[in-house]
Ligand binder design. Structure first.
Ligand code: BG6
Length: 487
């Protein structure tokens, strides 16, 4: 086993999925606050106005807002070196376009970071993890409006200035490539974007009834890429020691067969989904294949301004990060059997098993992915900032939870990381997803649990929020203690 000295072991959370306290201390409504839960078979529902009597999973979530001291203590018991969390934009600028930041929100995160530092855990911050203030969606259609770049930069500068001496590692946007998917839930969460027609619809409205508009979506994604680059420039201007990274939802794709048509279909999918945004953020320019793709799909590129090109060139990131959960296949055959996945599904792989949510489990795919990313971008370090197993856990009468399936998932993925490191991959850290049970982003469920720590909270809103250690808690503690020697 070969994890380098100082390897950053830890966990990752998103504010909207754990904090709750959705209107406390001056926070404004943000995108997830407007979304009802669903399940494996039922898409989530968007509501323009909060509906009385309906259960919104993010409103209380697991109440990290009031339990953060207890939770960070548990993370420190596992030996975390790093904790990735997001700042909820709506706690700092409740409407997004406010003139002044909300001091109570700023103070809350300062307290959280101090609590981490007290235990020697370094906080890593995602500036935007699906948490755009709802007002920016309603008034501006999120990043579809260029003005939203300025609001984001104002927010980013406020955070850099305030926390520069407490936080070294920053990520601009969680899974920025969500904007390439064309899935209305992914577009709303990632870009804060909905079409005008959908915004004007009678709501509540199920996400499978909403429409995509590729011209507007790619415009919004471009603005988001510019916002990301500007944030890197501003962050480095404020403090040149900050390490500012991107974050890609890495769904690893394989050709379904070696038929040349499948190979071409796979190549296209991989380029659009995994490479495009990272290429812009790392190489500082739009790749030729993407310009050609957009033109071939009748996208009018006049939204790319000359001045943007300069910003993209200057605002390249310092390290590459990704989420990795699954792999899927790509086939040129429209009748190939499909399977679900993280916001976007793919073609079933006959060699892989899947979770209860249809997510294909592929640890070797992680080794392949790390090697592929390292050879594409050889000059920057890599961090895996999300990886984990969503499953149903059973709590025994004595409060124990025997989650061997989760241990098995982590063991295989950590083994894959160690082999990748042995083969030259500059991996510097690993933050498992949801080290404590939180709300699922895709379905809004609590029933789908990721944590090493169980939270007594259910999909009907019952549960007293007590925390319990699962078997995986002790296991992960050992992994960290031995720097990955014992898995
Ligand atoms: C990632 C997101 O795509 O997947 C997280 O960044 C999300 O916010 C995670 O929670 C797991 O997905 P889900 O739908 O199981 O919560």
């Amino acid at each position: 086993m070969s994890f380098p000295e100082g390897f950053l072991w830890g966990g990752a959370l998103a504010a909207n999925q754990c904090e709750g306290a959705y209107l406390e201390d001056g926070k404004g409504l943000c995108v997830p606050d407007m979304i009802l839960g669903g399940d494996q078979n039922t898409p989530r529902t968007i509501c323009k106005i909060i509906q009385e009597g309906k259960f919104y999973p993010s409103h209380e979530a697991i109440d990290f807002y009031h339990h953060y001291k207890e939770d960070i203590k548990l993370f420190s018991e596992m030996g975390f070196k790093i904790l990735r969390l997001s700042i909820n934009w709506g706690r700092i600028y409740p409407h997004g376009d406010d003139l002044e930041p909300n001091e109570a929100g700023l103070q809350f995160y300062e307290n959280v970071f101090d609590e981490c530092l007290k235990y020697g855990i370094q906080p890593m911050v995602t500036l935007s993890h699906y948490e755009m203030p709802w007002h920016l969606v309603e008034k501006y259609q999120g990043f579809y409006s260029r003005e939203v770049i300025d609001f984001f930069i104002k927010y980013a500068k406020t955070c850099f200035q305030r926390y520069q001496h407490k936080v070294k590692y920053w990520l601009t946007f969680n899974e920025i490539n969500a904007g390439t998917m064309g899935d209305p839930l992914a577009s709303l969460m990632g870009l804060g974007y909905m079409t005008k027609e959908d915004l004007q619809r009678e709501q509540p409205c199920s996400f499978d009834e909403l429409k995509d508009n590729p011209q507007q979506r790619y415009t919004a994604l471009h603005h988001q890429l510019v916002a990301s680059a500007l944030a890197v420039i501003e962050g480095h201007r404020i403090n040149k020691n900050l390490m500012i990274g991107n974050m890609i939802s890495h769904i690893t794709w394989y050709p379904h067969t070696c038929h040349p048509q499948d190979i071409l279909a796979w190549q296209q999918k991989d380029a659009l989904f995994n490479d495009f945004c990272a290429d812009v953020q790392i190489r500082g320019e739009y790749p030729n294949y993407m310009i050609a793709y957009l033109k071939n799909h009748q996208i009018d590129l006049s939204y790319i301004l000359e001045t943007d090109l300069d910003i993209l060139k200057k605002g390249t990131i310092d390290f590459y990060t990704m989420s990795y959960y699954i792999s899927n296949c790509v086939s040129a055959d429209p009748h190939a059997e499909h399977i679900g996945g993280n916001l976007v599904g793919g073609v079933k792989n006959p060699y892989l098993k899947a979770s209860e949510w249809g997510w294909q489990i592929d640890p070797l795919g992680l080794k392949y992915t790390l090697k592929a990313v390292a050879s594409r971008y050889p000059h920057i370090p890599i961090m895996i900032v999300e990886n984990g197993f969503g499953a149903v856990d059973k709590i025994e009468k004595d409060g124990s939870i025997h989650d061997d399936y989760r241990i098995e998932y982590f063991r295989a993925h950590i083994q894959a990381m160690s082999e990748a490191i042995d083969e030259g991959v500059p991996l510097i850290g690993y933050t498992s997803w949801g080290p404590i049970d939180i709300v699922s982003a895709g379905t809004g469920q609590f029933y789908k649990r990721y944590g090493f720590i169980y939270v007594d909270r259910n999909d009907d809103g019952t549960g007293d929020l007590s925390r319990y250690k699962k078997d995986s808690f002790t296991w992960y503690k050992k992994v960290i203690e031995t720097n990955g020697e014992e898995i």
